[in-house]
Design a protein around this ligand. Structure first.
Ligand code: UDX
Length: 449
């Protein structure tokens, strides 16, 4: 195809909105469709329904070009697109670890019933391996006579907080295709990125589906590895932050995703490793990924360990202890509280009777919706005012750069638990704080005798 393909994006959540805006930015005509009229109206008027640096301004810019439209009209999308990117969510099922594929099935179904010409349906969502093959059969059953639909899988690897950067300058593209035509269509849909030298791996759909879960499993394993070492350090009186630093100088290991602390959360890593285990069991290879259960358990144990440290610092049961919980989002520069370790720790502290005040620079509203029983402060100062223990749960720059002396004036007791190993222990000690961190000895930073 010499003329650029017309693009549709199905689902305008985090992934879909980013894909639609970035494709329009690259020069393509894009129609983005969602079943939620409120979301569509917000995006069409230039407002992002979530927090993501850089995407907000790019949305406004691309809308102004006239190349990007948002709609609830599936007929319009089906008629418009040559390449349809399906970007709907695959949350964890309620009551099991498996992925809930109802939105993926619905999106493919809506298109298959409507598209009446040759077109490529491209799954971008993270799915259990085998989903593409199953959907390919279903599409043939559903599609009207004369339609020539093909299916491909093209996983995305974007990180929240870096969504635009990761989409416009990805490390790699993975095309899971069954024909030369499908590959050609995907090459046409990504031609500016290919011209810029982005490496492409062309594979079958099953491999493409697996690349995504394998990548997330590896990243989760790396984080849990260093957090397992933190557990050993705690028992042995060693310091995991120095251990991680020393390991990171080995190029074969590398320092990325080796940051010890409260562990991983968010809408991807936790649910993806669980869904992978569930799928491996179906495939009869559960032993191959049994270690992912340990990865999950290590990750969850960091949360109760953080509560232990707060209790140790308080020197008594947490009943009535006033705790300032700094952070609710699963990581900084995000307002996402899905499976957030920070919010989980705040909840555990609350369940032990502590009087918890949460403050997050962006995620307060989402956190409040998830846990209305907790108290929320509008500023850092308000959160720490009168606190018996401060606990750092998400390493926002605002917290990392806060002055321990200024904070010390507000708290009832200068005691802090650093759940992310992000604070300058020497500054806190110098300002008279009792400091505890995951994976580090109690006396870290204390003056040597
Ligand atoms: C992740 C993958 O990185 C991305 O490729 C995929 O497409 C979606 O899932 P994201 O969920 O946005 O992206 O977050 P990421 O930046 O990967 O962080 C995941 C979690 O791991 C966060 O809770 C973070 O705090 C934690 N983390 C990360 C650590 O605890 N230690 C580290 O060293 C790195």
């Amino acid at each position: 195809m010499n003329i650029p393909p017309r693009i549709t994006v199905i689902g305008t959540g985090y992934l879909g909105a980013t894909q639609a805006v970035c494709m329009a930015h690259l020069g393509y005509e894009v129609v983005a469709v969602d079943v939620d009229p409120a979301k569509v109206a917000a995006l069409a008027s230039g407002k992002l329904p979530f927090f993501e640096p850089a995407l907000d301004t790019l949305l406004v810019e691309t809308l102004a070009t006239g190349r990007l439209r948002f709609t609830t009209d599936f007929d319009l999308a089906a008629e418009f697109g040559d390449v349809h990117f399906i970007c709907v969510g695959t949350p964890q099922s309620s009551g099991s670890d498996a992925a809930d594929l109802r939105y993926v099935d619905a999106a493919f179904g809506e298109l298959a019933r409507r598209v009446t010409r040759k077109a490529l349906l491209v799954g971008k969502s993270t799915v259990p391996v085998g989903t593409a093959d199953r959907l390919a059969e279903r599409i043939v059953e559903l599609s009207p006579a004369g339609a020539e639909l093909e299916l491909a899988w093209n996983p995305e690897f974007l990180r929240e907080g870096f969504a635009v950067e990761d989409t416009l300058r990805p490390d790699r593209l993975v095309f899971g295709v069954r024909s030369a035509w499908a590959e050609q269509m995907l090459r046409a849909a990504y031609s500016p990125l290919l011209a810029a030298g982005t490496p492409v791996v062309v594979a079958d759909p099953a491999t493409a589906e697996l690349v995504k879960v394998a990548a997330n499993s590896f990243l989760a394993t790396k984080i849990s590895f260093i957090n397992a070492m933190a557990e050993v350090c705690e028992a042995a009186g060693a310091d995991v932050s120095l251990l991680a630093k020393a390991l990171s100088y080995d190029d074969r290991i590398g320092g990325r995703f080796l940051k010890p602390g409260l562990g991983f959360g968010g809408g991807c890593l936790p649910k993806d490793i669980r869904a992978f285990r569930a799928r491996a069991e179906e495939l009869g290879v559960s032993a191959a990924v049994a270690f992912l259960h340990e990865v999950d358990q290590i990750n969850l144990r960091r949360r109760s360990r953080t509560v232990d440290l707060v209790r140790e610092l308080a020197g008594r049961s947490l009943q009535g202890v006033r705790v300032a919980a700094l952070g609710a989002a699963f990581k900084p520069d995000s307002d996402d509280v899905r499976d957030a370790p920070a919010l989980d720790v705040a909840r555990l502290l609350y369940l032990e009777g502590a009087s918890v005040v949460v403050y997050d620079p962006q995620a307060n509203a989402n956190a409040h919706r998830a846990y209305p029983d907790l108290d929320y402060a509008d500023t850092l100062g308000e959160a720490v005012d009168g606190a018996d223990v401060v606990v750092l749960l998400t390493e926002w720059a605002e917290f990392v750069t806060a002055d321990p002396e200024d904070m010390g004036v507000l708290v009832a007791q200068r005691r802090i638990v650093d759940g992310r190993g992000a604070l300058d222990v020497a500054r806190y000690r110098a300002a008279g704080w009792e400091y505890r961190a995951l994976g580090r000895p109690a006396e870290v930073g204390a003056a040597r005798p």
